[in-house]
Design a protein around this ligand. Structure first.
Ligand SMILES: NC(=O)c1ccc[n+]([C@@H]2O[C@H](COP(=O)([O-])OP(=O)(O)OC[C@H]3O[C@@H](n4cnc5c(N)ncnc54)[C@H](OP(=O)(O)O)[C@@H]3O)[C@@H](O)[C@H]2O)c1
Length: 327
């Protein structure tokens, strides 16, 4: 098969399409002919050599894909050749073929194209995990989502609405109109406004019950300020750095805050099966009746993968950047 590879870490120019050994399905696994994959920030970090691949997982880039089952291993009970599916992966999505455990597969409804389906697994499962597995989001709660225009942010906005919660987002100003169409109740321009002060105005001084943070160090103090009594903050990324300068920890006790970090790729397969099963039960039907939608910003042919990586690095995307996989 062919796959996108790189021989040494570096910029987008190091990526090339070349021959790679095709995977073989084992018991309980299927072989998928991939039609489309999608970019994630982790791909950029891995390409730069700063994201060590967890032991035993594919060194190829690509944390999600959509395609057609072309072979089934022994003990595969729920899927057959010809089924169209998408899945979260541990790597290996930037390729023509991939082997996936049947527990990870989501069957595509007829109204979902491969390019849209490929844009769903990583960001929706990340947002579902953060909001429901970790923060225990309740109906009627208010949620602050940083980087609201990111792939994960656009998924989180929709999952808040599905749960009857109110999403408030931070994003650069040019993205606000589209984010309101996707479901954001309030948009804060983090480049011009103090988001903690704006959150207090919006919530009548209460603060938000749940906060999804991708920015890290530079936001930490303001995040504590923006949280309500018994607020829960989930730390998912460090787009703004790892370090915090002088910080007053008192709000953590005074407001009885819960702060929890998470990863997805490094979790056990058993955890990912459980997460996927919850998502299949709670959210997948909403893609059929279009209460949830993949938010696709741009579709690139895989021969243009370097341009796709440059585009993500420019922070211009709102939602997902998809790669169609060629023959
Ligand atoms: N822990 C986990 O399990 C997990 C899983 C998946 C993703 N993630 C993390 O989730 C984040 C989003 O990933 P993604 O693939 O959805 O990203 P993405 O689509 O590339 O979007 C990232 C957006 O974040 C905003 N941004 C970038 N740098 C920023 C900064 N310093 N301060 C504030 N906003 C900034 C930009 O939008 P603006 O125009 O609004 O600035 C940018 O478009 C990443 O940090 C990623 O590592 C974590």
């Amino acid at each position: 098969m062919k796959a996108i590879q790189f021989d040494a870490p570096g910029g987008p120019d190091v990526l090339y399409i070349g021959e790679y050994e095709a995977p073989q399905p084992g018991p309980g696994q299927v072989l998928v002919h991939i039609a489309a994959t999608a970019l994630n920030r982790a791909d950029l970090i891995q390409r730069r050599g700063k994201y060590p691949v967890p032991a035993g997982q594919s060194p190829l880039l690509g944390l999600e894909m959509a395609g057609t089952v072309i072979e089934t291993g022994t003990d595969v009970t729920d899927f057959e050749i010809g089924d169209n599916v998408c899945a979260l992966m541990n790597g290996g999505g930037y390729a023509q073929l991939a082997v996936v455990d049947q527990e990870m597969l989501l069957r595509l409804p007829g109204n979902l194209s491969f390019t849209k389906a490929a844009a769903i697994p990583e960001v929706f499962l990340t947002a579902y995990q953060a909001l429901h597995f970790i923060a225990d989001l309740q109906k009627g709660e208010q949620v602050l989502i940083h980087a609201g225009g990111s792939g994960v942010g656009t998924a989180a906005i929709q999952l808040c609405r599905l749960a009857g919660a109110t999403p408030i987002v931070t994003a650069s100003g040019g993205k606000h109109e589209r984010l309101k169409e996707i479901g954001a109740a309030h948009c804060i321009d983090y480049k011009k406004e103090n988001f903690a002060e704006r959150v207090k105005e919006i919530t009548d001084g209460q603060g938000v019950n749940v906060l999804l943070d991708f920015v890290g160090g530079s936001y930490f103090a303001q995040n504590l300020d923006a949280l309500a009594l018994e607020g829960r903050m989930v730390c998912l990324g460090f787009l703004g750095g790892f370090n915090v300068a002088a910080l007053n920890l008192a709000p953590i006790l005074r407001k009885r805050l819960r702060i929890e970090g998470t990863t997805l790729r490094a979790r056990s397969q058993a955890y990912k099966y459980e997460l996927t099963a919850g998502f299949r039960r709670d959210c997948w039907p909403a893609f059929v009746d279009r209460k949830l939608r993949a938010v696709v910003d741009t579709i690139y042919d895989w021969e243009e993968v370097d341009d796709a990586h440059r585009y993500m690095e420019s922070n211009a995307n709102l939602g997902k950047i998809v790669l169609t996989i060629g023959e």
